[in-house]
Design a protein around this ligand. Structure first.
Ligand SMILES: [Mn+2]
Length: 383
């Protein structure tokens, strides 16, 4: 069986004020070609179809167009689940009716764990789609008070599946989750506050392929067949090094899989350009992709006037500028990501060091912490 696994389309996403729907339409044309060229037997979309619960109209039209071309023109069954960005009820619209036309939508969690069964020349394949789940909803629907975490919710559901599944069939699980050991990026919204969202990959034992959504970098976790397809576009500057793709799986008679990443080519890449303003402006002449979505890390030691206006003349989609002279040790490499992990005290002491050329004394540190505590107290009262 040939499977195309994709996820995290985030239709209708806005990136630094730019509506990405046209970029998404562009890359989904390429996606349709891939589905056609690989002669896929099924397309699996593992959640985060839309970027938000009430998506913009053009995002809804885009999904309508792509799905109908998949199901009607290419005649490939489509199985999709909701992710944490989707509205379960809205995505679920029409699902019973659409299932009669080979479009299987699982928006709302339901305690009915029957699979979508497809057939190839070797026999039957059972595909178990689990819509995005909140532990509280699973707790209520299954009436099990002990379900407090994502992992416990999954374990309960998977137990039900394993109890009822046909042992002579190959099986695929479709889920939207944070699997322990996976690499995260900045464009994923946490599933829960406080870190009770990760699930151990060992809970997926017993399936031949696990089609995951949520993490935006294409990757396998622990075992090759436990896999995130990744998002179709880069949705944050922390993803500049990602190579976005869809996953092609060819499953054999025994359920073993040949797995290949088929790269996607965006209309605009997301890039970081680093250097002094004059060098960047001069270098842009040789840059064939000036329309890309750009973050600039300015290395100038002295203030520069109207940097954004100057940059946008050559790179019209400059979206953000970072000033490196205010950063620790004047080095910008990876600090964009790293400085977000620093504490307020660390950020302030590096700023202090940059401005004064020396480290804060114990007295100064104390004074800073007092001011910080006052500010926090004020914020607490305000909220
Ligand atoms: Mn996502």
């Amino acid at each position: 069986m040939r499977i195309i696994h994709t996820a995290d389309w985030h239709l209708g996403r806005i990136f630094y004020g730019i509506h990405l729907t046209e970029d998404q339409a562009y890359v989904l044309e390429e996606f349709l070609d891939i589905v056609r060229d690989t002669k896929a037997d099924v397309v699996i979309i593992s959640g985060d179809i839309y970027d938000r619960a009430v998506p913009p109209q053009d995002a809804v039209s885009l999904l309508d167009d792509i799905i109908s071309r998949l199901v009607k023109d290419i005649a490939v069954p489509v199985i999709m689940i909701s992710g944490n960005h989707d509205s379960p009820e809205r995505l679920n619209f029409g699902s019973k009716l659409f299932a009669t036309s080979n479009l299987y939508i699982f928006g709302k969690f339901s305690p009915n764990f029957s699979p979508v069964t497809l057939e190839d020349k070797f026999g039957l394949v059972d595909i178990y789609p689990i819509s995005y789940l909140e532990p509280s909803i699973v707790r209520e629907k299954l009436n099990k008070e002990e379900i407090l975490t994502h992992e416990l919710a999954f374990k309960e559901i998977l137990n039900n599946i394993h109890l009822n599944k046909s042992l002579d069939r190959r099986t695929i699980l479709v889920a939207h989750a944070t699997v322990l050991g996976g690499t995260t990026s900045d464009s994923e919204r946490p599933l829960s506050i406080g870190g009770a969202e990760t699930v151990d990959p060992s809970i997926f034992d017993g399936f031949n392929y696990v089609a995951l959504g949520h993490l935006h970098k294409p990757q396998s976790v622990k075992k090759e067949y436990i896999r995130y397809a990744g998002s179709i576009l880069k949705y944050s500057f922390s993803e500049v090094s990602h190579k976005k793709s869809v996953t092609f799986i060819e499953m054999n008679e025994k359920g073993g899989s040949f797995i290949e990443e088929i790269p996607l080519s965006p209309r605009h890449d997301v890039r970081i350009i680093k250097g002094k303003l004059e060098d960047i402006l001069a270098g842009s002449e040789l840059d064939a992709n000036r329309e890309d979505y750009i973050m600039v890390m300015l290395m100038d030691e002295h203030p520069v006037l109207n940097a954004m206006a100057k940059l946008r003349k050559v790179y019209p989609n400059t979206l953000h500028i970072e000033r490196c002279q205010f950063m620790p040790s004047n080095s910008c490499i990876n600090t964009y990501v790293e400085h977000q992990c620093l504490s307020e005290k660390e950020i302030f002491s590096s700023f202090f060091n940059q401005v004064t050329g020396k480290d804060m004394s114990i007295e100064e540190e104390k004074a800073f912490l007092q001011v910080l505590e006052k500010l926090r107290a004020k914020n607490r009262e305000a909220s």
